[in-house]
Ligand binder design. Sequence first.
Ligand code: C2E
Ligand code: CA
Ligand code: CA
Length: 564
Amino acid sequence: LNLDVATSWEDADRILDRGEHDIHIIDYSLGARSGIDLIRSTIKDRDPRIFILLTGQEDRQVDLAATRVGALDYLVKGDLTASRLERCLRFASEAMNQRQMLFDQADALEDAKRATEVVLARAEASEKEYRWLAQHDLLTQVPNRMMFVQKLQSGMESASRSRQHIALMLLDLDRFKAINDTHGHQAGDQLLVEVARRLIRTVRDTDIVARLGGDEFAIIINNLDEPLFASGVAEKLTRGLAEPFDILGNRIEIGSSIGVALFTPRDTTTPEEIISQADAALYRAKSAGRGVFQFFDDDLNKEIQRAHMVKTQLPVAISEGQFSLAFQPKICLRTGEMIGAEALTRWVHPDFGPISPGEFIPAAEETGLIRPLSDWIFEEACRTIRDWQGTAMANVPIALNLSAVQLLKQDIAADISRLIEVHDLRPSQLEFEITETAALNHVSSAMEKLAALREMGIKVAIDDFGTGYSSLALATGLPSDSLKIDISFVAGMLTKPADAAAVNATIALAHSLGKLAIAEGVETEEQRVHLLNLRCDQAPGYLFSRPLPAADILAWKAARARKS
Ligand code: C2E
Ligand code: CA
Ligand code: CA
């Protein structure tokens, strides 16, 4: 216990200043200044120390004033007994402990609050950062596909409300892969960054430039008063990207193709639909030649819907056996005799009617259904050939078309030799046709597989010859027995000098390589005579016959034999 007694204001002030005591009993009358003044000037914020005022007589006013400045209690000098003092001190010390505890708790709370704030702030920052990362393309810093779809959706909603139009543009760089290959990925990356910058600079702040992946960008043009203003924007974008880039010291030139789809407020189009429209337009732009933009239109829309129908109906058609084979006779131009036939697959849909192989073969390739479909085709062809055993068709080879996917993925030679065995056929009864494009897209696999077929004694034809934009050396280097001149050249050869030249050259080329020349799609007598004069060997064509059901072939052949 440390008891000090102060006899003057100054004394008291000094003792209080040292802060060594817990409990202070202060006389109210300290000369000029009162004990209340002393307490007021001493007590600090959150002061655990106890002050008790000692007064001359009981006085409500003094009591109140003392409590207001922070005194705990007060004692009246006249009533002061030992037990009263003792009780007062006990209370005081309890009160002090309590105060201390309260202050400690408040401090702890304060600390906790501060810590939480730091954590919260950090969490908020990292959430923001996380959200940004999830919505942006790291390379170009523009919105990514996810954010693009969100922006498109909200743009379409507000366009509906404000009765304005939106144009969605999908943009694809024309020679990006080549640039990546020749200048390296670093240059490719830098180029993408620059492209994004140029796109942003070309459009307004309210428009959105997003990178969908690879060299594909999307631009949402918001608030279009006139939908056709979009073509001006597309043109500016195309022109902007046609300007050379300076990438890591290299002058790089690229071009771009753009597909545009428009959203007008009356439309009920969904974001997905508008994206696929722009995509279809982009596809058209690319095949129309590079560096152009193309708008989605209604025809294109119908095409998309039809393609979608074909794709979704295919599995049902295969399982329900909606397919059949037609056989188109092939004529020897010199003798006029039927010397072969090509099997062509037919699909008659119960609701949609005939669907051409030009539609369903690519769809089957895309969906992976080409395998079950062509298994059926091969099986059916072999069964039909087997049925013709012992008839006039017994020695007529039947040609089957091979798709690109089969060429790549299927062990054709093994599958065919199994079929030949199962159906008890001779290899010379079968032929295969593969398009130039398909063969050259998978050239090493084509070389190997076509060679394997020929080794078995099966003849191979290169179909649609001349349409693959391929090098002659490559195309003629494929293992084959004949070249089939594409129907488009035959159709044009009597009117267009370029087509005539292509036909002449292909026939000469085939012969100089010891192969047969076959002209597809002979429709007129003049064409037949012209091809005969050029010494073209064979031709299928509507002039002779359309593709026929298997059941009609024998009768047709007999009639043909009587004629020739
Ligand atoms: P392709 O192999 O070039 O077949 C010739 C196409 O030309 C056939 O069309 C045939 O009907 C048509 N054609 C024949 N002569 C004439 C004519 O004088 N004038 C005209 N305008 N056309 C003629 P189709 O049957 O519609 O087949 C189109 C393409 O679909 C075929 O072209 C072929 O690439 C593919 N294809 C057909 N069946 C199959 C198949 O079973 N498997 C595979 N992988 N592809 C097939
Ligand atoms: Ca063919
Ligand atoms: Ca063809």
